[in-house]
Design a protein around this ligand. Structure first.
Ligand SMILES: [Ca+2]
Ligand SMILES: [Ca+2]
Ligand SMILES: [Ca+2]
Length: 156
């Protein structure tokens, strides 16, 4: 029994070996020899003309240099906050980065609000506020239940 299995296994092995041998028709794999000549050439993976050593992102052909910025507009509402740094860019700074300020933005994570205002609670709705002022970042108007400083009741 063992001897029969061994013969069958040997026959299978020979069949596999023969199959491999018959499929190799003498042609070498296409990439076996070609890269030798390019080994010393500068790497430019994204083919943007800026070699990897001088490209801040060699996987994005749209950017290659670090540019400094002084203001950000991350939420895209046209208002800016002061923030300095550098960003990997193309010929100019990308949207959301600037070297000159726009109007100030009190919340650069929310495009619907930008104006810092302060108001006083008007809990009874009579148009006159009381208590300490509270600061809000808004689209320009105070939220309901608050009034501007000019209508604050002054207690003597
Ligand atoms: Ca690049
Ligand atoms: Ca903004
Ligand atoms: Ca904003």
């Amino acid at each position: 029994m063992m001897r029969i299995l061994s013969i069958v296994s040997l026959a299978g092995f020979l069949a596999l070996a023969g199959g491999c041998g018959s499929s190799a028709d003498g042609t070498a794999p296409p990439d076996a020899a070609s890269p030798q000549g390019d080994a010393m050439a500068p790497v430019d993976d994204d083919h943007d003309g800026h070699v990897a050593a001088d490209d801040c992102d060699d996987h994005d052909p749209a950017v290659w240099q670090r540019l400094a910025y002084s203001y950000r507009d991350a939420d895209g509402d046209g208002r800016t906050v002061k923030a300095t740094g550098t960003v990997c860019a193309g010929a100019s700074l990308p949207a959301g980065y600037a070297v000159v300020p726009g109007d100030p933005d009190c919340d650069d994570t929310d495009a619907t609000v930008f104006a810092a205002v302060s108001g006083y609670p008007d809990s009874d709705g009579d148009g006159r506020g009381a208590g300490p002022a509270m600061a809000f970042c808004t689209s320009g108007a105070l939220p309901a239940g608050f009034v501007a400083a000019s209508t604050v009741m002054v207690t003597v």
